[in-house]
Design a binder for this molecule. Structure first.
Ligand code: FES
Ligand SMILES: [Fe+2]
Length: 467
């Protein structure tokens, strides 16, 4: 079987047979740019990163730089960071507060909602509006922008389905990470670093790889970072998939919702606020069914972690939440952006210790991070060769050879969450993530009409310039 053309790659992936070269192939990456990242909803920033009027951050989607700003009326924008004149990058800082951005090249300036504010020598150089109509000209907005629980997503496809529909029932699980109180969450970071690994590997790992924990992370367990003495504990948890995301859970010891939240280290006042935020179903997943969300991924490249290590030499554990983006640089390199995330209303002491817990485990120097990445870098470099083009990796864990499932999904009486959840090891989630990938890889490249600026007749513009 040829595994080099898109059609056979996609067919094999749907069988859980993974052509090894998809983890390092320039052509596959070109197709991903034109088909996957041109259509999916992608995370850019969180609203709490730009709390004040005029705040902005600059973020990338592949090679496209966007200014994510909050304008004078509080509205959030994502604007393509390229000057309308000759294409210089308008904003070169990573974050800040500004009412205007001025292009360093010829000095065109833009309001923080993207509208042109100043065009040097408009009259002398263009004959005023006779040559270039200023009104209505603005930095190119991201074709679509939408927000869920403060998470700002954009899509480069003007016809993309609404964000809510894209996320689907995964929003049920997203709330555990991003809505623990009415105040929402706040973010710290991101830490950014690059790894010589394909972007899909991390996203797949966070989506459902409970199987690697006992092997890859043995040392973290051995040094007693976790209260559970054995990494194999992971197989008692379940992996769930709903909408366009999925993740892993831990099985908690018997107890009520409150007792189980306390067991993972949440103080009572936080638990009370969560009770006020979450639906009965969301509470039941923890209180009735005994599952606590851990790592998760949303297609294509956004991941979450929730864990509760020991932060001191005692039995006390402290939960932390982190959010990360696997930002592709090319087929064999990924920029990781990793944020610490915490309930805005959490006590200061909790925030401090939770941040410490996060830094011990994840982030550029986190112990888990180091363990994981060594595997992913090695995998990526091995996937570049010609032998990798002859190999279909077996990504079928959880399925019999005849295609039937080894373990049935948990019935609603045992798992209150939407989607499908299965106890134990399996690669259902990794397959789901790649099935989403396959669906988009099959489509033709997205074609869009370019936008021309400055040629429209002036819309009853402010004092018309008279010759
Ligand atoms: S490129 Fe920006 S002003 Fe000319
Ligand atoms: Fe890991």
């Amino acid at each position: 079987m040829l595994v080099n053309d898109t059609e056979s790659v996609v067919a094999a992936v749907r069988e859980g047979l993974l052509p090894a070269h998809i983890y390092n192939d320039a052509e596959v990456y070109r197709d991903e740019r034109e088909r996957v990242f041109s259509r999916a909803w992608m995370f850019l920033a969180h609203e709490s990163e730009i709390p004040q009027l005029g705040d902005y951050v600059v973020r990338r989607v592949l090679d496209d730089s966007f200014i994510v700003s909050r304008d004078a009326s509080g509205e959030v924008h994502a604007m393509f960071n390229m000057c309308l004149h000759r294409g210089m990058q308008v904003c070169r800082a990573e974050e800040g507060n500004a009412s205007h951005f001025r292009c360093p090249y010829h000095g065109w300036s833009y309001r923080n909602d993207g509208r042109i504010a100043g065009l040097p020598f408009h009259k002398e150089a263009y004959g005023g509006n006779e040559g270039f109509v200023r009104s209505g000209a603005r930095l190119l907005p991201a074709p679509r922008l939408d927000v869920y629980n403060g998470l700002i997503f954009i899509s480069l496809d003007p016809d993309a389905m609404p964000l809510r529909d894209f996320l689907g029932d995964f929003t049920f699980y997203l709330d555990y990470y991003t809505k623990q109180s009415a105040g929402g969450v706040e973010l710290r970071g991101p830490q950014r670093w690059r790894i010589q690994a394909n972007w899909k590997i991390g996203a797949e790992n966070f989506a459902g790889d409970m199987y690697h924990t006992p092997q890859t992370h043995t040392s973290v367990v051995e040094i007693g970072l976790f209260r559970e003495p054995k990494a194999e504990k992971r197989k008692d948890g379940n992996t769930y998939w709903a909408g366009r995301g999925g993740g892993t859970t831990y099985k908690l010891p018997p107890g009520t919702f409150e007792e189980r939240m306390r067991y993972v280290g949440y103080p009572d006042q936080m638990i009370e606020r969560m009770t006020g935020q979450w639906s009965q179903q969301q509470i039941d997943v923890i209180g009735r069914d005994g599952f606590m969300v851990s790592a998760a991924s949303v297609f294509p490249n956004l991941s979450f972690v929730h864990n509760w290590p020991r932060v001191a030499d005692s039995d006390d554990v402290l939960p932390f939440i982190s959010l990360r983006l696997w930002q592709p640089v090319n087929e064999h390199e990924t920029e990781v952006l990793s944020w610490f995330m915490v309930d805005k209303e959490a006590p200061e002491q909790f925030k401090r210790l939770s941040y410490k817990a996060y830094l011990m485990c994840f982030g550029s120097s986190g112990m888990f991070e180091q363990d994981d990445v060594e595997n992913w870098v090695s995998l990526t470099s091995t996937a570049a060769g010609s032998m990798a083009r002859r190999l279909l990796l077996n990504g079928r864990m959880g399925k019999r050879r005849d295609g039937s499932d080894l373990v049935a999904p948990l019935p609603p009486s045992e798992f209150a969450g939407p989607g499908e959840a299965r106890v134990g090891y399996g690669e259902h989630n990794q397959r789901q993530l790649l099935a989403e990938w396959a669906d988009l890889m099959e489509l033709p490249p997205l074609r869009v009409e370019p936008v021309a600026l400055g040629l429209d007749s002036p819309v009853a513009e402010v004092p018309q310039e008279t010759p």
